[in-house]
Design a binder for this molecule. Structure first.
Ligand code: PLP
Length: 454
């Protein structure tokens, strides 16, 4: 039998996270104060995050120890399997070797618990009583709810209203692990009330939900805030994924030529690719890393690199990132997740420096390849993951045309078992090809009055 699964044992779970900032030729630019627009130091983040996470956020240390308690929780589902996609290769009739790292085996079904568990642990260490957060499709809210329960911390989740209505099962998962969940915009916060006054039927957005969660945390000393993507420490926690994958690819006997991941704020992309980018920095390797984003929310391929807020209301620090503008709300017809307006600072800088690549795919094309993948390999991918698969197919077909065999690795960052409504919409022909127009992007960017980056 051909080896389909490449497994590691529990004691091979890496004991350090990799901090790519140490190796970046151009370090990330500093965050700016939302009011004064002056650079802020770590202490400005103290109302929102525990000190240890703030230290990680600004750290330039190459390796950060993973606490034993965190590794211990990781061992509930880690190491995750790496698969060779023989059936998918055959279906595509490609000479490429296609591997995927499968993060869908975690309790909440995606890579998100890798950082949720670490964040809950550090908050607990510093005596925090409650964590607030936002969630879009519900992946992050469910992961954090699970993690908070393990470390005995309260959890309050602001869930984008359209997802709250379209994905009741994610909400029920959040309740099952013991957290409270509200449809955002709510009337519990200034930020929510302001949006509702302008637009009572607002479908919500991640930016709005962030404003609400941040406001709640800022109001109360024993409450902190947590983010499931974008920030440096979040991306770093995810590097457990790529480090395991590197060990597994060594066992398989192939180093990937191309590493691919879907892109929302950058955490699963960073998680898989950064340990391979380290080989480019340390060993002069030339591994291509490609981020795959939706054509309806294309910050990497059609956004601008400049300072912008992380939320809609403008309460968070200004971050230097690729953005579509903080008022950008993706079309509700878009079913493929990955709806955030901006990209993480570290990934943005790497893209600016041409150390990584990005491309976008239309949602219809993504579901088409996602269904092919499910029929070949069995696992039904999260709609987000389908974006990565679209890039995999493109590269695999290039290999076929050129008659060369490359090794492709991608992040199957979650399963789609709670996304049946989106698959159903696809099968019913209710998903439309959707690409945002340049006018829409320009209109959103015209509202930006944040500092330019030279
Ligand atoms: C949250 C999520 C994403 C997008 O977030 P990133 O930070 O870009 O990884 C992608 N896929 C799945 C399954 C998710 O849950």
């Amino acid at each position: 039998m051909k080896a389909r699964k490449i497994l590691l044992s529990e004691n091979e779970i890496p004991d350090k996270w990799y901090n790519i900032v140490a190796d970046m030729p151009n370090k990330p630019l500093p965050p700016l104060h939302p009011g004064t627009k002056e650079p802020i130091g770590p202490e400005a983040l103290a109302p929102l995050f525990p000190m240890e996470l703030i230290k990680q956020e600004v750290s330039a240390e190459k390796w950060i120890d993973i606490p034993d308690e965190v590794r211990n929780v990781y061992s509930l589902w880690r190491p995750t399997p790496l698969y060779r996609a023989y059936n998918f290769e055959k279906m595509l009739d490609t000479p490429a070797r296609i591997y995927y790292k499968y993060e869908g085996v975690s309790p909440s079904g995606s890579h998100k618990p890798n950082t949720a568990v670490a964040q809950a642990y550090y908050n607990r260490q510093e005596g925090v009583k409650r964590i607030t957060t936002e969630t879009g499709a519900g992946q992050w809210g469910s992961a954090l709810s699970f993690a908070c329960h393990l470390f005995n911390i309260g959890c309050e989740v602001y869930m984008v209203k359209i997802s709250y209505e379209q994905k009741p099962y994610r909400k029920i998962m959040i309740n099952t692990w013991g957290a409270e969940v509200f449809a955002s915009p709510t009337d519990k916060t200034e930020a929510g009330r302001k949006i509702l006054a302008q637009d009572p039927g607002s479908p919500g957005s991640l930016g709005i939900a962030i404003s609400e969660a941040v406001e709640r945390a800022a109001m109360d000393d024993s409450t902190k805030y947590s983010l499931g993507s974008v920030l440096n420490h979040v991306l770093m926690h995810q590097t457990i994924v790529g480090q395991e994958a590197l060990l597994q690819m060594e066992k398989a006997g192939y180093l990937p030529d191309i590493v691919i991941a879907p892109f929302g704020g950058g955490s699963n992309f960073a998680g898989l690719t950064f340990p391979f980018l380290r080989l480019n920095f340390d060993e002069g390797k030339n591994i291509r890393c490609i981020a795959s984003e939706p054509a309806s929310c294309p910050k990497l391929t059609r956004g601008v690199f400049r300072y912008d807020f992380g939320d809609t209301v403008g309460m968070t620090p200004l971050l230097p990132m690729y953005t579509l503008g903080h008022n950008f709300v993706p079309a509700p017809i878009h079913a493929g997740g990955l709806r955030y307006h901006g990209a993480g600072v570290v990934v943005s800088q790497l893209l600016k420096d041409h150390l990584i690549e990005a491309e976008s795919h239309d949602q219809l094309a993504c579901f088409e390849v996602g269904v092919k993948f499910a029929r070949a390999e069995g696992i039904i991918p999260a709609p987000e993951a389908n974006h990565g698969i679209a890039t995999v197919v493109k590269e695999a077909m290039k290999c076929k045309e050129e008659g060369i065999s490359k090794t492709i690795l991608f992040n199957l960052c979650g399963h789609g078992n709670f996304d049946m409504a989106a698959y159903d919409a696809y099968f019913q022909g209710n998903l439309v090809k959707h690409e945002i127009t340049t006018d829409d992007i320009n209109a959103s960017l015209a509202e930006l009055n944040t500092p330019e980056i030279n």
